[in-house]
Design a protein around this ligand. Structure first.
Ligand code: GLY
Length: 401
């Protein structure tokens, strides 16, 4: 082949590759739009099946279960409605979300929970972002952040999770820091941000093991800040890696890097991602088991019969975090995070995880696990699995469009 033929062949090949890549991207955008359009239809089924004065939580055995506003998951349904309004512009979804916000409003005064980020930021935070109406939502958000800040202790350098034990801090609490960061941006008061950064640093130091898996709970002595015990609440055993906890941690440190630009959080998130994605018990479809150690449970273990149960919520949270992470790194690693998230989203969007329209009580995803040790919400749909799944679809769509 002479030189000009070789150059011509190369150009034709590159053009074909580019066209194939563009066609693939178009297909991906179409697929994501189709999934989001279906979600709009499905959430209307959920709306019809749930109480007007409560918030959808789960569905089991033909029955929908709703919660009061004080339950930790109360913000996810309005948040999902708002994400789907953002996608579709369907005003009925916004109106429904606003009705739910009215119910939720009183939680701004709740000082008995660390979950105010989930409850108020996923709901009111999204409402403010999407509608652009800061004046309508600022007060609730700032009062809620004040309430959350009352649970911070300068002795433990952390925000208290539950009001039992001594001073328990659960990894899930990383997810409430986004709310505090936004409160500083809204008010100009550094207090919220300082609490958030201190809590994230304490968690980095005390919750994580050498392999970058984390404990679910660290219980501190509230008088001295010393650690009393590291243990689990929803995992298979104290030393195990409860899957959703790993996902909360990953998402939390990705978000902390976004909000602080402190590289140590990104580098930490990369190590957590490596632990999760390279784990020998990660299934081929990348929808994690409810605990990374569950598949190894011996036959006589009390949870052995659940050893192969999956948790779709973990995959949804992880996919959403990985899509954001793919924008924070470059080259091969960026492509790896995005491809991994794509696989998770693709599998979540298919059977057996995505429900047929009109089924599953109106929830989008099947096969999540609330808490096996409490025999609660086992292999069911969960409002937060749907929330992070829709968030991940939107993040993906916005990235590739
Ligand atoms: N925050 C409780 C859970 O993840 O199940």
């Amino acid at each position: 082949m002479n030189q000009s033929i070789r150059v011509f062949a190369l150009l034709v090949f590159s053009a074909a590759c580019l066209a194939a890549a563009q066609a693939q991207e178009k297909l991906a955008v179409n697929m994501v739009n189709e999934k989001l359009d279906n979600a709009v239809q499905q959430i209307k089924v959920l709306a019809k099946r749930s109480s007007e004065t409560m918030l959808p939580k789960t569905y089991d055995n033909g029955k929908n279960f709703d919660s009061e506003t004080g339950w930790w998951t109360s913000g996810f349904y309005p948040g999902t409605l708002l994400y789907l309004y953002e996608h579709s512009g369907d005003e009925a979804l916004l109106a429904l979300a606003k009705q739910k916000l009215k119910l939720l409003e009183k939680e701004q005064f709740n000082t008995t929970t660390h979950d105010l980020g989930f409850m108020l930021y996923c709901s009111f935070g999204n409402a403010m972002r999407i509608t652009g109406d800061t004046a309508a939502y600022k007060e609730v958000l700032l009062k809620g952040a004040e309430s959350l800040a009352t649970r911070y202790s300068p002795v433990t350098k952390a925000i208290r999770s539950w009001d039992f034990d001594n001073f328990p801090v659960i990894i899930d609490n990383m997810m409430n820091l986004e709310f505090l960061n936004s409160a500083t941006r809204l008010s100009g008061d550094r207090k919220f941000y300082d609490i958030s950064v201190t809590h994230a640093n304490t968690t980095m130091k005390n919750h994580y093991r050498k392999d970058y898996s984390c404990y679910h709970v660290v219980d501190y002595n509230p008088e001295t800040g010393d650690i009393i015990k590291k243990k689990t609440n929803q995992g298979a055993f104290d030393e195990s890696a409860w899957a959703r906890g790993q996902a909360w941690g990953l998402y939390g440190y990705v978000m902390m890097y976004r909000d602080t630009k402190d590289k140590k959080y990104l580098s930490f998130a990369k190590k957590i991602a490596k632990y999760m994605l390279a784990h020998p018990n990660m299934p081929d479809d990348l929808i994690a088991y409810w605990d990374y150690d569950a598949p190894d449970l011996p036959a006589d273990n009390k949870y052995a019969k659940y050893k192969h149960y999956r948790d779709a919520s973990t995959a949804a949270i992880t996919a959403s975090a990985l899509i954001e992470m793919s924008t924070m790194v470059k080259g091969k690693l960026s492509r790896y995070y995005l491809k991994t998230a794509e696989t998770m989203l693709y599998n979540l969007s298919s059977a057996p995880y995505t429900a047929e329209l009109g089924s599953n009580g109106g929830f989008l995803l099947k096969h999540s696990v609330g808490s096996i040790p409490h025999n609660s919400e086992v292999d069911v749909p969960l409002t937060y699995a749907d929330y992070y799944y829709v968030e991940a679809l939107l993040r993906y769509k916005n990235l590739i469009k």
